[in-house]
Write a protein that binds this ligand. Structure first.
Ligand code: GAL
Length: 682
């Protein structure tokens, strides 16, 4: 594993001096203000290609040299980006093939950014050339900390180069047309291929895509994006073999009131080829549709998922010190919120708080996006002052850098299942909500301050006390075997409606559910019904009734024991929750979707039996989140008040306040948004 050479928590962010080269006084002031803001790191070059190479083969590096020197002088570091996210106009004009083609076959003009073809040989060559120049010039500079490759890779291209690559990919995977026709069930609607030339990218007709093909297309898009990335880093690996590379991952969903990991790319595959995971975190704080702590829960979920990709500390590469510009409504962070949200990043395993952006631009798309330095060009405003206070606090927390998090609970998330589940046809189209359902399960643990890793089925989950895998729709044989081994050796596994319904081609199983799954869960699923919004059934569990919603499955128990039954409609008395002992462990199958009230009574005895409860406070509270990191010798606890009210928690043991060095005991009081970081010797 490649790491970077700095013992500090990184504080700083996207810096765009190229926008200010005609204003030397601004550039001078930037560095003075960085000192005042306790900034130790800048990310440069992300969108600088047209300044670095204004004409083909003509390079201008002097301005960037100055940034490196200025940062080095103040013991600061540079994260150097490769500029492929935004190419120069001359490149699009001279080589139109580099512009992306959309699903309707329309070629884009130059446009804004993030719209290049991933396959174009010219683009790949040009990107390598500029990356080589950067690596040769700055590769040995002592201020260079790591590489930031491109920016937020995403999207797809349908040009002839991509279509040809796609055909090769399909040939490589299936070898024969019969195998393709079979895997994608192509006799359906007369789609069978009779020649390889007919294998073209999916058609634009929205939901009416061939299911197996669309699933493979999404796999291909991830592969092709990674392939583009690998092409980008060739000169970088050659010239700077010891420097780590990262690329900034994303989340999505804000204006739909969701905040979830990016769905389009399988980041678990991407994580294998980068050294450090980083992501751009923009929660919708202070929104009108949920209490603050639920926004915090969703943000925590994504931090945990991205941390779990490598089970190592990660970086927050971008976040805003105040507001963004691209939500429908762009709310400022209230006083104190910035520090709280930054500390939450660290609490979940980040070794940085980096911002988009250091300085607000005067024009164009992001002129109203929050920044450390605003249009007032001064440190005398609330946002700058909060950033500076936060930066100063980070200086006292350096011991936390590099420390991992430990979790005994794992939630399994699978990008491929998500792709397959989202496709049209059947069930409740708006209610599948796989990730949101996982977040609902996560919420139970988060509100009780129990750490959770969010893994893919390909990661090793054998050592966890509890593995939660609802709606794991697409299942490979290997995953079934590993789940079975896990339970036999003493694990506790949760499955549900949709679990293991289809194989890796999104095809159902003829006859019965796979034998391995039957043995794990001790039942046979028989029907899965969609409920309309507002429709419910009820399940009886330990003498109480709980409402179901969205999905109700009918199952027939075999070796399993029925521990909850439906009480309404034609479901009456059939199993809603089945418990099955297998080897040393137990598997549960929840046949219906429920609200959190049911999950609470279901999970509570489990966490008690497994002794997973939080160990430092008497009673946990949903609005005060506790997360910890540990270096083995010490545990560092972040206690964070995600509410606008004063809160109290009672410590079970004296702990040291890492920032004030005072020992705290008994009842702790938290002001709104307050964070305390406590340390325990092990
Ligand atoms: C990110 C992007 C940045 C900036 C930021 C604004 O997605 O990487 O370049 O646009 O959003 O929030």
């Amino acid at each position: 594993m490649k790491t970077y050479n700095d013992t500090r928590l990184l504080h700083g962010g996207d810096y765009n001096p190229e926008q200010w080269l005609a204003h030397p006084e601004i550039l001078k002031k930037d560095f003075e203000l960085m000192d005042k803001a306790h900034v130790n790191t800048v990310t440069v070059g992300i969108f600088s290609w047209s300044t670095l190479e204004p004409e083909e083969g003509v390079y201008h590096f002097e301005w960037l040299d100055k940034v490196f020197e200025a940062m080095h002088k103040r013991n600061g570091r540079v994260i150097l980006a490769t500029p492929s996210g935004g190419r120069p106009q001359w490149l699009s004009e001279k080589y139109p093939e580099v512009n992306r083609t959309n699903i309707l076959g329309q070629k884009h003009h130059h446009g804004f950014r993030h719209n290049h073809c991933y396959t174009s040989p010219i683009y790949r060559k040009k990107v390598q050339q500029i990356n080589r120049q950067l690596a040769e010039r700055y590769g040995n500079h002592p201020a260079l900390l790591m590489w930031h490759i491109s920016n937020e890779y995403s999207g797809e291209c349908y040009c002839d180069f991509c279509a040809e690559k796609w055909r090769d990919w399909v040939k490589d995977k299936y070898q024969t047309l019969d195998a393709v026709n079979d895997a994608w069930w192509m006799t359906f609607w007369s789609n069978s291929y009779s020649s390889w030339s007919q294998v073209v990218p999916p058609s634009p007709l929205g939901e009416h895509k061939v299911h197996g093909m669309d699933l493979d297309w999404k796999r291909f898009v991830t592969d092709q994006t990674i392939d583009f990335f690998l092409n980008e880093i060739e000169p970088i690996r050659e010239i700077t073999p010891n420097l780590p590379v990262t690329t900034n991952f994303m989340a999505e969903g804000h204006d739909q009131q969701d905040f979830i990991p990016l769905e389009g790319l399988d980041y678990s595959r991407f994580a294998e080829v980068i050294d450090i995971v980083s992501w751009d975190s923009y929660p919708d704080w202070h929104n009108p549709y949920e209490p603050l702590h639920l926004t915090a829960m969703k943000s925590a979920y994504i931090h945990d998922q991205y941390r779990s990709l490598k089970k190592q500390p990660f970086l927050v590469m971008e976040s805003t010190p105040s507001y963004v510009n691209w939500h429908a409504y762009n709310k400022a962070k209230k006083p104190g919120m910035h520090i709280l949200s930054g500390m939450q990043q660290l609490a979940h395993g980040s070794d940085s708080t980096l911002y988009f952006q250091w300085r607000q631009s005067l024009g164009n798309s992001e002129k109203f996006h929050g920044a450390v330095v605003g249009h007032d060009n001064s440190e005398k405003n609330r946002v700058f002052q909060e950033v500076a206070t936060y930066g100063k606090r980070l200086d006292t927390l350096a011991a936390i850098k590099g420390t991992p998090k430990e979790a005994k609970v794992a939630i399994l998330f699978d990008w491929e299942s998500n792709w397959a589940l989202k496709r049209g046809g059947g069930f409740g189209r708006p209610t599948r909500r796989y990730i949101q359902t996982l977040q609902e399960n996560y919420r139970f643990f988060w509100e009780r301050d129990i750490a959770v890793d969010i893994l893919t089925p390909n990661q090793d989950f054998s050592d966890y006390a509890l593995v939660i895998a609802p709606m794991l729709y697409l299942m490979q044989e290997d995953t079934m075997k590993e789940l079975s081994e896990y339970v036999k050796k003493g694990g506790i596994l949760i499955g549900s409606y949709f679990t293991g319904m289809v194989n890796e081609n999104d095809q159902l199983h003829l006859g019965e559910w796979p034998q391995t799954l039957q043995t794990i869960f001790g039942l046979l699923p028989q029907e899965l019904e969609t409920l309309y919004p507002g429709e419910h059934n009820q399940i009886l569990y330990q003498g109480k009734s709980y409402q179901t919603k969205d999905y109700c499955g009918i199952v027939q128990e075999t070796t399993g024991k029925v521990i909850a039954t439906y009480s309404q409609d034609f479901y009456v008395n059939t199993p809603a929750l089945v418990e099955n002992r297998l080897g040393q462990g137990t598997a549960y199958y929840l046949a219906a979707r429920t609200d959190l009230d049911f999950l609470e009574v279901f999970y509570q005895p489990m966490i008690e039996k497994l002794a997973l409860q939080q160990e430092i406070v008497k009673d946990t509270q949903p609005k005060v989140s506790i997360q910890s990191r540990t270096d083995g010798q010490h545990n560092y606890y972040f206690l964070m008040n995600f509410s606008e009210e004063r809160q109290q928690l009672e410590l079970l043991q004296p702990l040291l306040d890492l920032e004030t060095n005072q020992t705290l005991t008994g009842l702790l009081t938290f002001a709104p948004y307050e964070v305390k970081i406590l340390k325990k010797e092990n």
